[in-house]
Design a protein around this ligand. Structure first.
Ligand code: 5GP
Length: 178
C-alpha cells in the first residue's frame, strides 16, 4: 500500500482542511470586489486548490499553468513554461496557487511572467513553505504551513509523479528514494 512507504505524517488531512478554511476566509476578505483570477500551478497545486476554493466566498475564476520543477528530489535549476494560460490576464488581480515554496525560483519566474502579461497584481498562496532552502528573496503572501527542510510528499506533492493522491503531507521512507 502507498501509505506503507510513509515514514511519518507531517500535516494531517484535518489540519489541512482547517487551514484552508482560514485561508479562504482571509483571501475572500482581502479580494472583496476584485474578482481574482486564481491560477493553479499544475500538477502539485490541484488538491490544495480544490480544497481552498470551497472556502472562497467571492466571485473568482480558475485557470491553470504548468511549469517545470523537480525531477526526483533534485532541482533542475531552471524553470520552463510547459502549459501557458488560456486567457488574457491584462489588468487582472491574480492569485497563484502553489504546493510549496522551496528555493523560490519557480515563483520568481512565474510572477515575472504574469506581470509581463499585464496582470495588475500577482499574489501567491502556497500550501507549504520551506524557508530554510530559499535562494531567491521571495515570500508567498498566504502560507498554509511552514515546514522544516525535509522532502515531503502527499496532498499534491510527488516523488517521481507518485504519492500526489495521499490525503496528508508526509515524509517518505529513505529506502524509497535511495
Ligand atoms: P522552488 O522553485 O521553490 O525551488 O520549487 C518549487 C517546486 O519544487 C514545487 O512546486 C515542487 O514541485 C517542488 N518541490 C520543492 N520541495 C519539494 C518537496 O519537499 N517535495 C516535493 N514533492 N516537491 C518539492
Amino acid at each position: 500500500m502507498l501509505a506503507d512507504n510513509v515514514e511519518k505524517i507531517l500535516i494531517s488531512e484535518e489540519e489541512i482542511v482547517e487551514r484552508c478554511k482560514e485561508l479562504g476566509k482571509e483571501i475572500s476578505t482581502d479580494y472583496e470586489g476584485k474578482d481574482p483570477i486564481i491560477i493553479g500551478l499544475l500538477k502539485g497545486s490541484v488538491p490544495f486548490m480544490a480544497e481552498l476554493i470551497k472556502y472562497i466566498t467571492i466571485d473568482c475564476e480558475m485557470e491553470f499553468m504548468a511549469v517545470s520543477s523537480y525531477s526526483g528530489t533534485e532541482s533542475m535549476g531552471d524553470v520552463r513554461i510547459l502549459k501557458d494560460l488560456d486567457r488574457s490576464i491584462k489588468g487582472e488581480n491574480v492569485l497563484v496557487v502553489e504546493d510549496i515554496v522551496d528555493t523560490g525560483k519557480t515563483l520568481e519566474k512565474v510572477k515575472e511572467l504574469l506581470y509581463s502579461k499585464g496582470a495588475d497584481s500577482v499574489k501567491v498562496v502556497s500550501l507549504l513553505d520551506k524557508p530554510d532552502r530559499r535562494i531567491v528573496d521571495i515570500e508567498a503572501e498566504y502560507v498554509g504551513f511552514t515546514i522544516p527542510n525535509e522532502f515531503v510528499i502527499g496532498f499534491g506533492l510527488d516523488f517521481d509523479q507518485k504519492y500526489r493522491n495521499l490525503p496528508y503531507v508526509g515524509v517518505l521512507k529513505e529506502e524509497c528514494y535511495k
